[in-house]
Design a protein around this ligand. Sequence first.
Ligand SMILES: [Zn+2]
Ligand SMILES: [Zn+2]
Length: 115
Amino acid sequence: MAEFADKKLVCKDCNAEFVFSVREQEYHQRMGLRNEPRRCLICRQVARMRNDDKALTRGPRRSGPPGPGGPRPGFSGPRETFTVTCAGCGRPADVPFKPTGARPVYCRDCFRSRR
Ligand SMILES: [Zn+2]
Ligand SMILES: [Zn+2]
């Protein structure tokens, strides 16, 4: 078994010297890694963070297809409304349909509270 000794390596990213410690060398050997690290600890972290970013943008999209927002096809201009008197509170209310008189018409608030 080879004797380990702290090794000084030069980071390929920032050209700073860093120590490839005995402990890390042992770890590398245990993991079956043959290559010495080519980056210092800081640059390794930066690289990992960059990879995480990439994984995030590459991963499944969290937002679905563009939702409603733009004008819907076949819909032009403001919706036609009819002003009626609410059968619940007596206030004028705008409804998106023509009241027939057959059924009581409620404003939005009363309509919601009746359901
Ligand atoms: Zn570095
Ligand atoms: Zn009402």
